[in-house]
Structure formats: C-alpha cells, structure tokens
Design a protein around this ligand. Structure first.
Ligand code: ZN
Ligand code: ZN
Ligand code: FE
Length: 788
C-alpha cells in the first residue's frame, strides 16, 4: 500500500512498467487510501523493484507512506492494472456513483497540483513528425494541468473542464494503454480532439488563417500588451526589454512600482541575466516551475544584454523598469506548451504578470477577462478550455543553504496537503489574515493550505476567497466543525468566520502565535520553542499593534517574552504607507525634545509644515497607535537613510533597504534587551543617526542595521533559553523573507547551539497564517473539555 499524492500522477503505469521490466507478476489498483499492489517474483527482482518504487517514483508523485506485507505466492503470471476497489473511480470512465462504498475516503485523497511541461512532451512539441507537433495543449501523466481543471473528485475526465472534449481514437488508445505515458492522463488531447487557440486583436475578430500565437507575438514585438489565458487565469505580458511597454503596462494596470516577474526562454538566458545557483536552477526547471527570486547581474542589464545581442543571440534585453530599486528579479521559465510556443515565437524576455488590476483577483473567465482586461491588453490570446480554479504563479526564494522557501504558494503547490503530527478530530477551516489571504482546511492529519488568494480589502478578492473555500469544502468533503480566525475584529476573514452557524466552534488565534506555530507545524514540531515573529502588523491582545515579538510557543498557547520598544504610528494607517512618519516617531522616541533638530537635519526634504504636526502626533501619542512592529522599524530606518518616503506596495522601503546592504560590512548597531524584555530600538536608531550625520556610506548603515537586529534576536533567544530551556527557534513573519536578516539570525543562533526552523512549504508572511491557525485549532480540539 502506497499513500500520498499517488493518483492522477501516472503511478499505476509506472508500477506496470517497472514490474513487467523486472519480470514480476501481480497487479496494481487505486483504492480509497492510495495505491495498492501485489508483486511476486525473484527476491533480487523484488528488491530492485521496491528500490525504484521508493527511490525514483514518478515526478509528480509525493509518497507519504509505504506499507509492505509478505504474502504467499500465487504462481500467477503477467501483470495487470485492476479497476479501483472503491467503485472504479478511474477505469470505468466516470460511471461511479458519488458517495458510493468507500467514497468518503476516496474523496479525501490529495489532488496533484498543476505541473510544468515534461521533457518528453516538450520533445514531441518540437518534433515535426509527432502528431502533436506545435500543439499548445500537449500533456501526459507526468505533466500538465490538474487542479485548475478539476470540478469534483475523484479525479477523472468527466469531472474536469476537459469533459467537453471527446477523445479521438488515437488519444483514447493512449489513454487506455497501461504501457503508455498517457494512460489515464485525464487532460490528454491532440489537435484533432482537444482545445484550440484563438487570437482576438483590438481590430475585432481573428485574422483568418493566421496562427494565433504568431499574431500575439507580433503585437508583443511591436511593444503591445497581450492578455494570455494561462493555467489558473489570464496573464498580462509585454516585451520586458521595452521600457515604454513596461511603463504602459504599469500605468494601465495601475501598478506603480511593484516588481514584475519575467519569463525567460530557458535556463541559459536566465544565467546570462542573473546569478543562478544550482538550487535556484533546480527550482526554475522543476515540475512546480515557480517564479524564483534571483540576484540580477551587476551592471546595467541593458548594456550587458546589448553585447549579447550584437553577438547574434537575438534580443535579450530586460528594462530596469521591470523591478525598480531592487537587486533581485522574479524569473520563471515557460511551464505550459503555450508558453513555450509563445516564447519561441517572440524570441525575447517577457514581463509575465497576473491578469488583473492591482488589488483585484486574477481574471479566469473569458467574458470576465474581456470586461476587466479590455482596457489593459491590446489583444487576447485565449482558448476554449475552461479554468475551474483561479491560481496565480507561485513565488519562491532559495536561501544560502540551497533550501527553497515559498513566498507565494499557488500554482504547482496547492492543493498539496501537508501532513500534521496531530490529527484533527473533526474538520477545521482556518481563515487566515487580511493581506496575502489564504485559508487552510484540515481533515484528520491532512492540512490543505489553499492557494494564495490576495488582499481581502478588495471586494472581488473577498468573493474569490469565499468561493474557493466552498470549493475546497466540496472537493475534500470536509464540513468544518470548527473555524479558526485572527483576533483582529475588522479582518474580512474574521467576519467571514463569524458568519458560520451557531454549532460551529470558533477559535480566535493571536496573529504571531499563528506565525510561529505555522513554522513549527510545517516541520512536524509541536514545541515548546522560541518563536521570533517579525512582521508589519498583527492584532495584540493588549490594545497595541504587535510585530516584533519573541514568544515562547507551542500549539496550545504562547507567552510573550520580548518585543521591540513601542513606536507611535503618527496618523495610524498613513504611517504604514509613509515611512518618513515612522522615522519621525523613531526620532521622538530616541531624542525626545531634541527630535525636532535631528528631523530638521535628516528629514530636511520633508517640509517643516508637514513634519511639525507629525512630530506632535508622535509626541502626544494622539491619533498615533503604538506598535512593536519590526516592519515599521525597517520603514523608519529606510526613511532616515533617505530611501523613500512613500511605500507604493507593502514592504517596499524595507526591500529597498535590504537591496542597499553592503555585504562586506560586519558592524552591527546595538539593540540592547532590557530587564523588562524590551529590545531598546532607540539605542539602535541613535547609532544609525550618528553614522548618517557623519556621512557614512548608506550601504554600510543598512548592513549595520540588519546585523544589529540579527544580533539582538540571537541575544534575546540566548536569555530566553536560560529562563525556559527551549533550544529550538522558529523564525516567522514577513520580515524573515529578508535574506540578510534571516540568514544572519540563523547563523548567529546556530553558532550558539540553537536548532533554527525557517519556513519552507508555507509562506513566512501572512499567507502562512491560516496554516498556523489550523494547527492551533487542532491542539484546541485535543484540549476540548478542559477549556479555559
Ligand atoms: Zn508530459
Ligand atoms: Zn486526440
Ligand atoms: Fe503577519
């Protein structure tokens, strides 16, 4: 018996091929729990078979458990793929009754996420002799769409958006042949029977006889913007080397400065433009094919790429406007046959971004796309396969040890479950936070974190959130008996949780407790541990805004050991958008009555008539909520350094401060920890102000700030270990997406003998909150009866 993501990933043909290859007899079938098989033959052949099964499973399979029991040989010959035990969910072609015998268990089975085009399919796509030559919907059991076409479970063609396309004889033969790579590949298709492309230009209907992909490519080469129907929604694309096109896209999409991801034709091109480690190369070319944040090569891209172009490699320019102010860029490689065809046809790097206006969810329906993207795109490259689930591109970053950390978890990851070390007694829905929203459904030991949904401030995104939550409840047949939510009363997610009927238990989870537990739980840990949670903002039960916390945590609860000294947020939310306000607050906290003078020097660029009222608000703490947020401290220092006074997107000033860091600088500003457990950030700010007044290079100031925070974290953990005995530290919260802070904190802590856990499978930012809430709720269920 093999459990995990083993159905719909070519597991049975894989078993069939290897069993027959080793001369073994027996059978294989899908069951409600996974895949069951029986093999008999020579000892050596059996061992070799098992080794292949465990060591080299099909690329998309995720094996959680293999159980083997010896049995009496039957002396049978040959190997068979049997019908599924629980009602023939695949082999009978969708004839099964829903909720039939064993149905409930079968429906809890994981569904694989969508996977990037495999090498074999890519070979066929480019082979003029192949019947799928240039066909943009080529796929097999090792690759192609999954979750984005599923309407119901169990996973078979009748319950996908491919149901509308009747298989031709040639495709049906492949589909029914256990020796074929396309055996039960549900989205199997070819030019005779599958989906078709269509180009709709601004001029109206499609040009007769013109290849839609070539038409789109021509518009792109001329500096236009196209909307492209991708896997989980429409994408917007333009020539990444054309500053004018990028500027037009920014203006039409209403996205000022937030970096765009780019799609490059292949790894070689990526290596020309960026520094790519082996681990980053593996992430780029793997089946998940996310956007990978990589370091751009120093020097102007334009010039470097210009040299390449003169050498005759074609245009590989990438304009700075793609990711202004940053030294990193999000890169992805083509992950569908359509993207491969388009990249080949255009022959230059493309900006590839979600098809939406800023703040809105990605457009998935054809009419919706025409309505919402009509004012942005100069044409639509689309097809007639419907998208069942909205699904953005995932984003990952690889750290100095080669571990990938997911920053946005969507395509290629969701709805893959994460196995919990404790089982939920009854199903749980955790609804997450407000920004970067995602929810998490738990059934037994399986936690299903949803794909990234977006910021719930937008009404359409809130609807998308509720629809997707309903879909998951349906797909995984889990009616929540318990809803976990943030303590913030005004989060849309909290209000959604309140809307559940009376009988559903509600569990409020403090924001940073959820952050720390999400990090523990993804590593299968229960705690107690130290949780360092640095982020922008989270509701604190004491009436202040938390965000720079050291907690002693386990799944059941937490104790706050340390936090950053409070800063006022003059003007409330305005202070989160305008870092200079936080700089003023930090100066007030550090210099008291002298703050005016320092501000007049370092913040000269802000007019005195704007500075004055903000100074007063900070001093009197009127219309200025208190926060221990590390994100706001980043803002304050970034503004003092002179990076920027206004954030166009969340975390912009902090990201630019990180980009500024002089990595050779080893100095660190002091961040002393008081006996009351408060990190005194004013000492750190005073040291930074001294350096800035002395005219020290800002790259070194930025480095000393990062190093100081990391050293302060390490020192506080050391003291906390003396008090509590906890030797494990979980680093969580959006600030730990910052490479410098995260890597430096970790190496200091490890040098001191701590075991350090960082995020891998769920985001460190608020996208990971739901998963943490879910784990806390599982523990609360275990506590039931002895509730406080
Ligand atoms: Zn394939
Ligand atoms: Zn066909
Ligand atoms: Fe947070």
């Amino acid at each position: 018996m093999v459990r995990g993501t083993v159905q719909g990933v070519g597991f049975r043909p894989f078993v069939y091929r290897h069993a027959t290859g080793h001369g073994l007899a027996g059978w294989v079938r899908n069951t409600g729990e996974g895949v069951e098989l029986e093999v008999e033959g020579e000892r050596a052949a059996l061992d070799a078979f098992v080794e292949t099964l465990i060591g080299h499973p099909p690329p998309l399979a995720r094996i959680e458990e293999v159980r083997a029991t010896p049995s009496v040989p039957t002396g049978g010959a040959g190997f068979q793929v049997l019908n599924s035990r629980t009602g023939a969910n695949e082999a009978e072609g969708g004839a099964m009754a829903e909720g039939g015998a064993g149905g409930a268990a079968a429906e809890a089975l994981p569904v694989g996420p969508d996977a990037a085009t495999c090498t074999a399919c890519l070979g066929e796509l480019r082979d003029p002799e192949d019947r799928r030559h240039r066909y943009p919907f080529i796929n097999c059991t090792d690759c192609g769409p999954r979750f984005t076409i599923i309407r119901g479970l169990p996973y078979d063609r009748a319950r996908t958006t491919m149901a509308a396309f009747e298989l031709c004889d040639a495709c049906r033969m492949e589909y029914n042949d256990p020796g074929d790579r396309r055996f039960h590949a549900e989205p199997v298709a070819c030019p005779d029977c599958g989906p078709r492309m269509e180009w709709i230009g601004t001029g109206g209907g499609p040009g007769a006889g013109v290849d839609p992909i070539s038409s789109a490519a021509a518009v792109l080469r001329a500096g236009g913007i196209i909307a492209l129907k991708g896997l989980g929604g429409y994408q917007l694309a333009c020539d990444a080397g054309d500053p004018g096109a990028v500027a037009r896209l920014r203006q039409r999409k209403q996205r000022d400065a937030k970096p765009f991801a780019i799609m490059l034709p292949d790894l070689e091109t990526a290596r020309l433009l960026c520094r790519i480690s082996e681990a980053e190369a593996a992430a780029l070319t793997g089946a998940r094919a996310p956007v990978v944040l990589v370091q751009r090569r120093s020097g102007a891209w334009e010039e470097y790429a210009g040299a390449v172009a003169r050498d005759g490699y074609g245009s590989r320019r990438v304009a700075r406007e793609v990711a202004p102010g940053l030294d990193t860029v999000g890169v992805m490689l083509p992950y569908t046959p359509l993207h491969h065809r388009l990249m080949e046809s255009v022959g230059r790097p493309l900006v590839m971004t979600s098809g939406n206006r800023s703040g809105e969810p990605i457009a998935a329906g054809d009419q919706e796309a025409l309505d919402r993207l009509g004012g942005i795109a100069d044409g639509f490259l689309r097809h007639d396969r419907e998208i069942a689930s909205r699904y953005d591109d995932s984003v990952v970053r690889v750290d100095d040890r080669g571990d990938a950390m997911v920053l946005r978890r969507a395509r290629g990851y969701a709805p893959e479950p994460i196995r919990l070390p404790l089982a939920a007694e009854r199903p749980i829905l955790a609804v997450g936070a407000q920004l970067k929203a995602a929810f998490c459904l738990v059934r037994g030991r399986q936690a299903f974190p949803s794909q990234h949904i977006g910021d719930l401030d937008d009404a359409r995104t809130a609807v998308h959130f509720m629809e997707t939550a309903a879909l998951y409840r349906d797909l995984f047949r889990a009616e929540p008996a318990c809803v976990a939510h943030d303590l913030h009363p005004d989060y849309v997610s909290t209000r959604y949780a309140e809307g559940f009927p009376e009988g559903v238990r509600r569990i409020g989870v403090q924001h940073h407790h959820a952050h720390a537990v999400s990090c523990l739980a993804e590593h299968g840990r229960l705690g107690p541990a130290l949780g360092v949670c640095f982020d922008g903002a989270g509701y604190g039960p004491d009436g202040t805004i938390w965000g720079g916390e050291l907690l002693l945590v386990d799944w059941h609860g937490y104790r706050r050991l340390s936090h950053l000294r409070h800063l006022a947020m003059p003007g409330g939310d305005a202070a989160a958008r305008e870092p200079w306000r936080m700089a003023v607050a930090a100066l007030v906290e550090t210099f008291g009555s002298e703050a005016d003078i320092v501000a007049a020097g370092l913040l000269r660029r802000i007019e005195a008539r704007r500075r004055g009222p903000v100074l007063n608000m900070a001093r009197r703490r009127v219309h200025a909520p208190l926060t221990s947020s590390a994100g706001r401290l980043f803002d304050a220092v970034a503004a003092l350094v002179g990076i920027r006074d206004r954030n166009h997107y969340e975390g912009q000033a902090a990201m630019e401060l990180e980009a500024l860091v002089d990595t050779a600088e080893q100095g660190a500003y002091p961040l002393p920890l008081g006996d009351d457990g408060v990190w005194d950030s004013s000492t750190l700010v005073a040291a930074a102000v001294d350096d800035l007044t002395d005219g020290l290079d800002t790259g070194r100031v930025a480095a000393r700030f990062h190093n100081g925070l990391a050293a302060g974290v390490a020192e506080a953990c050391r003291r906390a270990r003396e008090e509590t005995g906890a030797g494990v530290v979980a680093l969580s919260g959006g600030c730990f997406q910052n490479r410098r802070l995260s890597e430096r904190s970790r190496s200091l802590l490890e040098a001191d003998g701590f075991e350090v856990l960082t995020h891998r499978r769920v985001p460190a930012n608020d996208g990971g909150i739901a998963f943490g809430q879910a784990a806390v709720a599982v523990a609360a269920q275990c506590d039931a009866g002895e509730e406080v």
